[in-house]
Structures are given as C-alpha cells and as structure tokens.
Design a protein around this ligand. Structure first.
Ligand SMILES: NC(=O)c1ccc[n+]([C@@H]2O[C@H](COP(=O)([O-])OP(=O)(O)OC[C@H]3O[C@@H](n4cnc5c(N)ncnc54)[C@H](OP(=O)(O)O)[C@@H]3O)[C@@H](O)[C@H]2O)c1
Length: 246
C-alpha cells in the first residue's frame, strides 16, 4: 500500500542527486511532487518524465534559492497545480570550500542565501498552506555536527544553522500538527561528492562502514519521515553517514 497517496511534496534542488532520489521515492509512495532547479532544466524534466512514466504526477519549476519571490512562486504553483502542499523538502545546497584566509564575502553571502536563508523563506511560504500532518524535512549534513577537516567552515556554519531552524520550527508548528526534522547525510555519491572523486578515500577512512551512501539511502529515510510512521518524530536530527561521526 502506498503511504503518501493524496499528499503533495515540493523538493528544492530536485534535478539531480539527493533531491531527485527523494522526488522519485516520495512519488513511488503515491505523492504528487514538484521539484525546483536552477541550471538543470533538462535534468529536472528527465526526473519529471521518469515519474510520469511510472504512473506518478510531477512538475519541474525554475526557482533559484537566492530569489525569495521565485521560491514563494514555486510554493504557490505547487499548491495551485498539484492541489496542496503537505511535504516541503529543503534539499538544494552548495558546498563551498576554502580556509578563512581564502573565502570571500561573496561566497559567505551566497552560502547563507542558498543553504540557510532559502529554507526559512520556503518554510514561510509553505506553512500557510500546510494542513495538520504536514512535514518540513531539511537536508543538513554530518558536517553540521563535526568538522573533521579544515576548509569547510562556511558549509558547516550553514548546515549547523539549519539545526536551530529545525528545532525552532518544530516548536512553532507542533501545535498545528506539523513535524519538522533534519536529515544529516554523510558522503553521498552525487555530482557534489562523487564516490570516485579524489576526496573520497579520506572520507571513507572516517567511516565505520567505509561505503558512500547512494542518494536513495537518504531518500528512504526522508520518505519514512514524511509518512505516517514519522508522526511522533519532530525537532529531531538523523545522521546517515556510515558511522563517520561516531
Ligand atoms: N553529496 C553529499 O555527500 C552530501 C552530504 C551531506 C549533505 N549533502 C546535502 O544534500 C543536498 C543535496 O546535495 P547533492 O549531493 O544532491 O548535490 P548536487 O548533486 O550538487 O545537486 C544539487 C541540487 O541543488 C540544486 N541547486 C544548486 N544551487 C541551487 C540554487 N541556488 N537554487 C536552487 N537549487 C539549487 C541543483 O540544481 P541544478 O541542477 O539546477 O543546478 C541540484 O538539483 C545539499 O543540501 C547538500 O549540502 C550532500
């Protein structure tokens, strides 16, 4: 039986990687899904086509996380064209690198805008439409919890900020029956962090199980949180990183 029949989801950054896997997985459980993209129009359309071919309902929306109006419009289009909004997945993100001597103020602002500010803007736009039983699920990072290398302070800062946002929103929205949680992936095989990249072996060396996640591993956890079995879970952090942080 499909666990998300009749539900509608919006996933930011759903053209590839973890966001695309989440879209496919939520759809496989019966949800109608909208995915946003910036440059990956063709890839977003491929995700949508695959879902429709499998019998699901999906749409792609151009919306840069840096553009408040575009994010708000993405929420409005999802509601208008798919019939509501039950699940918001804040997934889109960038991975800036460089030590504090190297990073620029422009990179600082861009990181905050895409990784941290946009989830707040999306939540502001979404909550007015969300019924009881709604879900906000944000993709953080195990680097929000521990920082094993130099050169990732902007990224770690942005992801750590999302933990506070998650807990605050869980308190704000709990009385309305809306659950808010954060999933912290570790090394996950995507364009952002390929499992055969030159930084992959150092990452594997930190893990108890030295194997990259597939994007679908993360999508499975998100889908569980979105479903009925997640109804009592809120304000929680879930790390899925092969034990890199233990
Ligand atoms: N891969 C990992 O090891 C890992 C580990 C921990 C956490 N994460 C987190 O997981 C999330 C997804 O990462 P991923 O590995 O799937 O990355 P990815 O393969 O690089 O995909 C990034 C997605 O975000 C979208 N995106 C990028 N900038 C955007 C913007 N300004 N506005 C809207 N969308 C934007 C991209 O859209 P376009 O295709 O249009 O560019 C794409 O759909 C991120 O939040 C990341 O920080 C990843």
């Amino acid at each position: 039986m499909q666990k998300l029949s009749g539900k509608t989801a919006l996933i930011t950054g759903g053209s590839r990687g973890i966001g695309a896997a989440i879209a496919r997985r939520l759809s496989a459980e019966g949800a109608s899904v909208a995915v946003t993209y910036v440059s990956g129009e063709a890839q977003a359309q491929t995700v949508v086509d695959g879902i429709v071919l499998a019998g699901g309902r999906a749409m792609a929306i151009h919306a840069d996380n840096r553009d408040d109006a575009a994010l708000k419009a993405a929420v409005e289009r999802t509601v208008a064209e798919l019939g509501g909004l039950d699940i918001l997945v804040n997934n889109a993100g960038i991975f800036p690198t460089g030590s504090i001597e190297e990073v620029t103020l422009e990179e600082l602002d861009r990181t905050i805008a895409i990784n941290l500010r946009a989830p707040v803007v999306a939540a502001m736009a979404a909550v007015g439409h969300m019924p009881e039983g709604g879900r906000i699920i944000t993709i953080g990072s195990n680097l929000a919890v521990r920082v094993p290398w130099p050169g990732i302070s902007l990224y770690a800062m942005s992801k750590a900020g999302l933990v506070g946002l998650t807990k605050g929103l869980a308190r704000d929205l709990g009385p309305r029956g809306i659950n808010v949680n954060i999933v912290h992936p570790g090394s996950t095989d995507t364009d952002m962090n390929p499992a055969d990249g030159e930084l992959a072996d150092p990452q594997r060396s930190l893990m108890a199980i030295p194997r990259y996640n597939e994007a679908d591993d993360v999508a499975g956890l998100v889908t569980w949180l979105a479903g009925p079995e997640g109804r009592s879970v809120t304000g929680a952090e879930f790390t899925i990183d092969g034990g890199a942080n233990i």
